[in-house]
Design a protein around this ligand. Structure first.
Ligand SMILES: Cc1cc2nc3c(=O)[nH]c(=O)nc-3n(C[C@H](O)[C@H](O)[C@H](O)COP(=O)(O)OP(=O)(O)OC[C@H]3O[C@@H](n4cnc5c(N)ncnc54)[C@H](O)[C@@H]3O)c2cc1C
Length: 389
């Protein structure tokens, strides 16, 4: 089989079938729906639009597909999940983040299920799996990002409750979420952190519109807690496990973000090839120039290298290996490589690629963020070195 940037997974019939069906849903339904409703990556999304996508994706069996069978999923392997996630962003669909449940959905809660009590599962996690409720994850604060231990949001035990005070920023999906998984410092301690399930309509909790990041996506929110009483039953895991729950999820998230970046780079590559084929300069298509061939070749090589790393690591994670070093390597390499691909794509597109709202320009801005989001390049390097030395 000759090399192609669009994998066919011939050796994995179940995955091949899922990929074919997912591509058809994205191309034949979701993208036309977005066009009909004028939805772009920068549209401020309302709950009704998102629920439409959650429900339809659930009907087709995609929403929550990665969860274990007992939670209503298909128990996908990490390898299969990575393959599907790459297809989502490679399609260019603006709502692709809501098909498997990345944004506020099952992919947000999947990794914390094992810490939840039976009651928490029924009240919080299962409604997310069914597309009835949405959640966000809140650990970052204004003065606590990479160094999360600097957080100042506190939880104070008070009878059969905990009282939260403080402010979280940049919580993705907060504007349309029903509850948050919040990590807070136990009041009066130096280094004891706990995680809580917090209904966002609890008295003393306010959700503010967050800053709009350079991608232009309007999906971030800030959470303000002022004497916000949370029932003790909403403690996730045990007192003191908050960072382990939060950071355990982040490690997995680092790996699972990679295929989304690869898909976006693939989309930039597709658009570049199409543009270079049709754009005429000096009497011939742009693609006739060898300098453009080199760019196309370099971009494809970066995508292939990133995918090879990510899929190898995903297969290792499926075997139950500890992949914390490799996951950081994948996120480090993939975020940098996919941004280089986006940069080349802008170059090939000339002024069109610099024009506000052009798809390549939006991909460039989005991919720039992932050298910071879910762990910065420098923090990945620290983690890799720490794991090796
Ligand atoms: C679009 C978006 C969505 C987000 N979603 C969420 C979310 O859902 N939930 C959530 O809790 N957070 C979220 N975040 C926050 C995100 O995880 C943080 O921005 C990230 O962890 C970095 O923290 P910081 O921005 O405070 O940078 P800082 O930690 O202040 O770092 C600034 C710079 O210093 C460098 N640096 C820091 N420490 C070291 C070191 N030890 N060695 C070398 N260099 C270092 C960093 O690499 C970086 O270059 C989101 C952010 C964005 C932009």
């Amino acid at each position: 089989m000759p090399f192609t940037l669009q994998p066919s997974y011939d050796d994995r019939p179940r995955l091949q079938d899922l990929v074919v069906r997912l591509r058809a849903y994205l191309a034949d339904e979701l993208i036309p729906y977005e066009r009909e409703h004028g939805i772009t990556a920068e549209t401020k999304l309302d709950r009704a639009t998102l629920e439409h996508v959650w429900k339809r994706s659930a009907e087709l069996g995609f929403y929550g597909i990665s969860l274990p069978r007992e939670l209503g999923g298909k128990g996908l392997s990490f390898y299969e999940l990575c393959a599907l996630k790459e297809e989502l962003t490679a399609s260019g669909a603006a709502l692709s983040h809501s098909v498997l449940g990345d944004m506020g959905g099952p992919l947000r809660v999947g990794a914390i299920v094992k810490h939840a009590t039976e009651e928490q599962r029924e009240r919080y996690l299962m409604p997310v799996v069914r597309g009835e409720r949405a959640c966000c994850f809140s650990i970052t604060e204004e003065d606590a990002g990479s160094d999360v231990r600097r957080m100042t949001t506190t939880a104070t035990p008070d009878g059969d409750a905990f009282v939260l005070n403080g402010k979280k920023v940049f919580s993705s999906a907060a504007p349309f979420a029903d509850f948050a998984i919040v990590v807070a410092r136990m009041n009066g301690t130096e280094e004891v952190y706990s995680a809580f399930l917090v209904d966002l309509d609890t008295p003393g909790c306010r959700v503010l519109d967050g800053e709009v990041p350079m991608s232009g996506q309007q999906m971030e929110g800030d959470l303000v807690f002022e004497d916000c009483r949370i029932p003790a039953a909403n403690l996730l895991g045990e007192v003191g496990q908050g960072l382990r729950i939060g950071i355990g999820r982040i490690t997995l998230n680092r790996l699972l973000h990679c295929p989304s970046l690869i898909g976006a780079a693939r989309r930039a590559w597709d658009l570049s090839l199409e543009y270079a084929t049709n754009r005429v300069v000096f009497g011939q298509p742009l693609l006739a120039h060898q300098a453009i061939h080199h760019k196309i070749a370099e971009m494809a090589t970066e995508i292939y290298a990133a995918r090879a790393m990510v899929m190898t690591t995903a297969a290792k994670a499926d075997r139950g290996d500890n992949v914390s070093v490799e996951a950081n390597m994948c996120k480090l390499f993939t975020s940098e490589a996919s941004f280089r691909v986006a940069d080349q794509a802008v170059q090939i597109h000339g002024k069109a690629g610099l024009t506000r709202g052009h798809e390549v320009e939006q991909i460039f801005r989005s991919l720039r963020m992932f050298r910071i989001v879910t762990g910065t390049t420098e923090i990945h390097k620290n983690a890799i070195a720490k794991g090796l030395i």
